[in-house]
Design a protein around this ligand. Structure first.
Ligand SMILES: [Zn+2]
Length: 210
């Protein structure tokens, strides 16, 4: 039960995190993962950034919203099955569910897997990612422009993003014209290969940093 306890705490309680500084380290309090996910939904405005960066952030936020609703409703289902009260507040509900589970003999393997997958998902979503614009057409739909939220036609629909801490493992690209998303180093190589074998006038294989 301690493993279940740990992952529930991770999702629902603030934690202390060690932050490396120039002269040693310091400690900061980090919100619970579910709270951070909820905050990510509302983070679209109020930050500066380049055009492509803010667009990518909107994609992330729409996904955060979807995941937040999915997780909230799953926790609600679990509460109903365990006989716990549902307030549609994922933090309170998950803790209420956990308390109900402590007094039951239900097998926790399934729940552990699910909870770990949520914490991995939220952590990967919250990690700051770097974005680049791919200057060639999308390999999937062939578009070299797309219509943005403001209704403008903009060049270079494909954006590449990655976690700067682990660029090869985390790299993915997304096409803002057709919505295709491919992740992983192989997808990246395939994109580069497609770029090299095209015959367009684009000489530049480079990228635009936001
Ligand atoms: Zn496309």
């Amino acid at each position: 039960m301690t493993e279940l306890n740990d992952v529930v705490d991770d999702l629902t309680l603030p934690s202390n995190v060690k932050i490396e500084t120039d002269d040693g380290h310091t400690w900061a309090t980090e919100d619970a993962l579910l709270v951070q996910l909820e905050e990510a939904i509302h983070s679209t405005t109020g930050r500066s950034g380049g055009r492509s960066a803010s667009h990518t952030r909107m994609i992330l936020d729409a996904d955060a919203l979807m995941q937040f609703h999915r997780i909230t409703s799953t926790i609600g289902d679990w509460c109903r099955m365990a006989g716990a009260t549902v307030e549609r507040n994922p933090v309170k509900d998950l803790r209420a569910w956990h308390a109900a589970m402590l007094s039951s003999n239900d097998d926790t393997d399934f729940y552990l897997r699910e909870l770990h997958s949520w914490s991995t998902l939220i952590r990967s979503k919250l990690a700051p990612r770097s974005t680049l614009e791919w200057l060639k057409p999308c390999p999937e739909c062939d578009a070299d422009e797309f219509t943005n939220k403001e209704g403008e036609t903009v060049k270079h629909p494909v954006v590449i993003d990655y976690d700067p801490e682990a660029p090869f493992a985390s790299v993915r690209w997304t096409c803002r014209a057709c919505g295709e998303m491919r992740a992983g180093e192989f997808a990246q190589r395939a994109l580069a290969y497609d770029g090299e074998t095209r015959q367009e006038d684009v000489n530049d294989n480079g990228v635009v940093l936001p």
